[in-house]
Write a protein that binds this ligand. Structure first.
Ligand code: PFF
Length: 445
């Protein structure tokens, strides 16, 4: 074992960090609405099947690659199979691209937390992103900077800093979420939110399946180098299948809980359900401002959103910086600093693309029909992630061979992996074929 890289101090720390990576804005603002608008219960069943058949096998594979090689993705893939380093490059490109906009969302969350604390309400979202509040278009850029300084301050301390930050932020996130849920479900009229989330089976269509797959990959932080990198700091006595089960369970559980925090309140206050930035930064602040104890609940919600974004961003920066450390032998402090500065600079065009009157404005970036921010998001999530997941299955299933991965998984003293036959079958055939089908659908769509 290369002792210089450091390892997680405890399984609990690792589980919280991996769950911290997985639980992010995707759980809070995307999953609940996706579920509600796609039929509710049947969608949940499909999502759970995808998590079990595709998400968990890929996550387990990534932990095994990481722990076996003790390297970040590019070096790790090259080590398990000569010539497959390019899969690792894809797995680094995705977090790199995502970090050019993820911090902007985190910055918005911090801005709203601050706003609820000081004024008891949110702020004008369109004004914020288009430069109508103070400081013009630079206000969101500056909040992104605040967000990135926190990420930087954690990542320069490497795996131990990451473990400590997650041990604080993840339990805090859960407590804040419970506070918001209690307030939300006790409002008169909250039942509408549950009906929206669970009970409209006729809205289910097969078109929801590719969407569920994309969401599962994004939500579980797969094919983004993050889980390989976190796996590379694991000790040999960790039970990888058990950890996979806990991390995926926490991620899915928190996505559902987010729905219980959000939709009962939205329905009780007569708001419109929705997803994404509009839900989090326009609908919800209005809902909170109109309800008793709303200032507190609003502050709690945006702090938990900021924690979710921070713990995810930390894993993305770590995936990129571990690459420069392992492959280019960079010093950690220099690497993390340079990357964070670079992400702050690259976030500027993304942030400015939402405001008019600058070179990055426009709703048709490179003919995509989207603005720059959405185009980067689409390319990373809908193309790079499934492609990376597919290639990962091919490399592990057909070149490294499931037996080698199983040997790594069973390297845990006294542990036998009972599902090894099923897992091998999944990673070789079922998972890659399902991902391929989804990718094809996406191209047709
Ligand atoms: N899983 C996070 C979410 O659901 O928001 C996003 C994310 C974090 C993706 C970390 C990828 C990653 F490596």
């Amino acid at each position: 074992m290369d002792n210089n890289r450091g390892t997680w101090k405890s399984s609990f720390g690792f589980i919280l960090a991996a769950a911290g990576s997985a639980v992010g804005v995707g759980n809070l603002w995307r999953f609940p609405y996706m579920m509600g608008s796609n039929g509710g219960f049947p969608f949940l069943v499909v999502y759970l099947i995808i998590v079990v058949l595709l998400g968990m096998p890929v996550m387990l594979g990534e932990f095994a690659i990481g722990r076996s090689t003790q390297q970040s993705p590019v070096a790790a893939y090259s080590k398990i199979q000569k010539g497959s380093g390019f899969v690792g490059i894809l797995a680094i490109l995705a977090p790199f691209l995502i970090m050019t906009y993820y911090g902007i969302v985190g910055g918005w969350a911090l801005r709203y937390f601050f706003s609820f604390l000081t004024t008891g309400e949110g702020t004008d979202f369109i004004g914020l992103i288009t430069g109508g509040l103070g400081l013009g278009v630079w206000q969101p850029v500056l909040w992104n900077l605040v967000f990135m300084v926190i990420v930087w301050a954690v990542c320069i301390f490497g795996v131990h800093g990451i473990e400590k930050a997650n041990k604080f932020m993840m339990p805090a996130l859960l407590v804040l979420l419970i506070v918001v849920i209690i307030r939300s479900v006790t409002l008169p009229g909250a039942g509408g939110g549950f009906r929206f989330m669970f009970a409209n089976p006729s809205a289910f269509t097969f078109g929801a399946i590719p969407a569920a797959l994309g969401q599962a990959f994004f939500s579980l932080s797969l094919a983004m180098g993050a889980m390989i990198t976190y796996g590379s700091y694991l000790k040999k006595n960790e039970d990888l299948p058990k950890n996979t089960l806990i991390v995926s369970g926490l991620d899915t559980g928190i996505a559902l809980l987010a729905g219980f925090a959000i939709f009962p309140a939205v329905f009780a206050m007569g708001g419109e359900p929705g997803a994404g930035a509009g839900l989090a930064f326009i609908t919800l602040p209005g809902v909170f401002a109109a309800m008793p104890l709303g200032a507190l609940v609003g502050a709690a919600f945006f702090l938990l959103l900021a924690f979710a974004a921070l713990t995810s961003a930390i894993s993305l920066v770590e995936a990129c910086s571990a690459f420069t450390i392992d492959t280019w032998k960079w010093n950690r402090k220099i690497s993390v600093t340079l990357l964070c500065v670079l992400f702050c600079v690259l976030a500027i065009p993304n942030s400015l693309s939402m405001a008019g009157g600058n070179p990055f404005s426009g709703e048709n970036f490179l003919g995509t029909g989207m603005n720059l921010f959405d185009a980067v998001d689409f390319f990373a999530n809908n193309i790079l992630l499934p492609l990376g997941g597919l290639l990962m299955c091919v490399v592990v299933g057909w070149f490294w061979k499931p037996e080698s991965a199983v040997a790594e998984i069973e390297g845990t003293p006294g542990y036998s992996f009972k599902l090894k036959k099923a897992w091998s079958l999944l990673i070789k055939f079922v998972t890659p074929i399902l991902i391929l089908i989804v990718l094809v659908f996406q191209f047709i769509g």
